[in-house]
Ligand binder design. Structure first.
Ligand code: CA
Length: 383
């Protein structure tokens, strides 16, 4: 008798932040998450997560799972993971094709791959065809604005803390006006010297003229990339910024599913694509997006901002990304490493995915995602 899906549970988590923080779109006062637990008739549970952006209510994805997906999952074989993905996507197509609908499908897909890996005693990266790497360099996501902070001074202090902690790549938050942003990037670069890699993320704050000005005025600061300078609908604007040929242009956390990603990279709008495995369709869709990146020779650096489950899934996926250009010195992917407050991130999973002394992150090779979920945390932060 083949294993069947017996039970699907959705866990909505929400925790107030000890100190609210701002990015260019507003103030975040909570961290939230939607976790998916799928249990098979063998008694094995797999876990997945749907990413909640800073201001995203978790209930939307949770209700889509409960009403649209769960009735179509019960009784299915978990090993039909790709068949299930295509059916659920097609079923929700009239009101989906992206947004919270694909966001919700991501958590289902990750949970099915975890379930499959645990059942077969293999890590997901091995099931997907093997591992190009055993560890990955993390870069810092942080630098959120706090009440009563001063910039650039407090940004420089934060950067120095991360460097003392072993990081060598840092992403600054921009989007607070071109004049302030330009002065900020210049001050941080001057304080840190040339060795540290710096990136910038404006969280879609600008139109082309302001973004172009920032790129031109920070050209000698050698940003590794400028992330989401413009709104996620403005494909032509991204193309114009990329044509400047000064700073690499990155985006993708708002492009959910392979169709959106395909339009952008085949349309020449991006140097670097940043899909989130917990938002852009899970392992099944991300491996297709990775193939698109290979076809258009576009660098893939996943977006990562969820809980320990999201981090574990992202690491399994990163293990499977081919080096961009197979050569003697290939450019490996980086791991976005969220250093901002997240009350339940570290405690949610056992076998927490820590950094090595040199600052890199090991990619687990245990069954499934390689983590165990602490159910006490589900009770403590359950919404
Ligand atoms: Ca971002």
């Amino acid at each position: 008798m083949r294993s069947r899906i017996e039970r699907v549970q959705v866990h909505v988590l929400r925790a107030p932040l000890p100190e609210p923080f701002a990015f260019s779109q507003g103030w975040a006062t909570h961290r939230s998450s939607v976790l998916v637990e799928i249990q098979s008739s063998d008694g094995v549970s797999g876990w997945g997560e749907c990413l909640c952006h800073g201001l995203q209510p978790p209930e939307i994805a949770a209700e889509i799972i409960r009403h649209a997906y769960v009735p179509r999952l019960i009784g299915r074989a978990p090993s039909d993971v790709e068949v299930i993905w295509e059916e659920l996507y097609n079923f929700t197509r009239p009101y989906g094709q992206g947004g919270a609908v694909v966001n919700a499908l991501s958590g289902i897909d990750i949970a099915l791959w975890d379930l499959l890996g645990r059942t077969l005693g293999q890590s997901i990266s091995r099931l997907l065809g093997g591992r190009f790497r055993e560890n990955v360099e993390p870069y810092v996501t942080g630098f959120y604005r706090r009440k009563n902070s001063k910039y650039p001074e407090d940004g420089i202090l934060e950067a120095q803390r991360h460097i003392a902690d072993g990081f060598r790549a840092l992403k600054l938050k921009l989007g607070f006006g071109p004049t302030e942003d330009i002065a900020y990037v210049r001050a941080v670069r001057e304080a840190l010297g040339k060795e540290v890699r710096l990136m910038a993320d404006a969280n879609c704050a600008y139109a082309v003229p302001a973004a172009r000005e920032i790129i031109r005025q920070t050209a000698d600061c050698h940003l590794l990339f400028f992330e989401e300078p413009l709104a996620p609908e403005d494909i032509e604007g991204y193309r114009l910024l990329r044509k400047l040929g000064i700073t690499s242009v990155a985006a993708g956390e708002g492009l959910l599913g392979k169709h959106a990603c395909c339009r952008w990279i085949s349309g020449g709008a991006l140097d670097i694509l940043q899909p989130d495995i917990c938002s852009s369709g899970g392992f099944t869709e991300l491996r297709k997006i990775a193939t698109l990146c290979q076809c258009w020779n576009t660098r893939l650096i996943p977006h990562v901002w969820g809980s320990g489950i999201c981090l574990a899934a992202s690491l399994q996926f990163i293990a499977t990304i081919p080096p961009s250009s197979m050569c003697l010195q290939p450019v490996p992917p980086l791991l976005e490493y969220d250093c901002s407050d997240h009350p339940f991130r570290t405690e949610l999973v056992f076998n927490a995915l820590g950094r090595e002394p040199g600052g890199w992150v090991n990619i687990p090779d245990r069954p499934g995602l390689g983590i165990e979920v602490n159910r006490e945390i589900l009770d403590r932060f359950g919404a």
